[in-house]
Ligand binder design. Structure first.
Ligand code: CMX
Ligand code: CO
Length: 150
């Protein structure tokens, strides 16, 4: 059976200074900002740099993340590790279903109910200690009209 996880939605990268890091990605690689937002709940200011569209109608991004609070997950992680790759996000058309399946295999999810991610998406996370040291985000995107992907 094909995986219900149909793309790399994004790679989450922690940085101290979002504007400076955005400029580095532009000047060095030629990647442009597709979208920026503040996610208060996650404690981040972020920029999404679109790398390519994907065969499932979605896309793959880099997500550059700057903490806006000292008690945020990103600030805590950077205090220990410095800047760098923080998580990998897989895209799916059914974040609730795929999370339940994976939890059924003995991997903890971080949220009982999915929360709001970038660009109106719904997200959950898998605990890195249950996933060979990788913090995994599961993302169900919405299209530009706010409809769930299909
Ligand atoms: N990747 C791999 N391992 C990680 C990790 C990461 N990003 N973050 C923490 N860990 C490991 C730590 O190294 C630590 O391992 P040891 O016990 O062996 O030292 C363990 O997990 C516990 O880490 P901690 O520093 O004590 O941190 P917490 O348990 O308080 O928090 C986590 C860890 C994953 C529960 C928390 O970061 C979280 O809730 N993350 C989800 C939300 C998030 O990351 N938001 C920012 C991104 C938002 C977005 O993508 O939109
Ligand atoms: Co993310």
């Amino acid at each position: 059976m094909p995986s219900p996880l149909t793309r790399i939605d994004h790679i989450g990268i922690a940085c101290h200074d979002l504007d400076e890091t955005v400029e580095f990605y532009r000047a060095t690689y030629g990647f442009e900002v597709f979208h920026t937002e503040v996610n208060e709940e996650q404690g981040v200011r972020e920029a999404m740099l679109k790398i390519n569209d994907t065969g499932d109608g979605g896309a793959s991004y880099l997500q550059l993340l700057e903490p806006i609070r000292e008690d945020s997950a990103i600030a805590k992680w950077m205090a220990k590790n410095g800047e760098g790759v923080h998580h990998v996000a897989f895209g799916t058309a059914d974040v609730v279903g795929v999370t339940a399946d994976i939890v059924g295999k003995g991997v903890r999810s971080l949220y009982e109910v999915p929360r709001r991610g970038s660009m109106g998406s719904t997200i959950n996370f898998l605990h890195p200690k249950d996933a060979h040291g990788v913090l995994v985000e599961l993302v169900q995107a919405t299209d530009s009209d706010g409809h769930a992907e299909h």
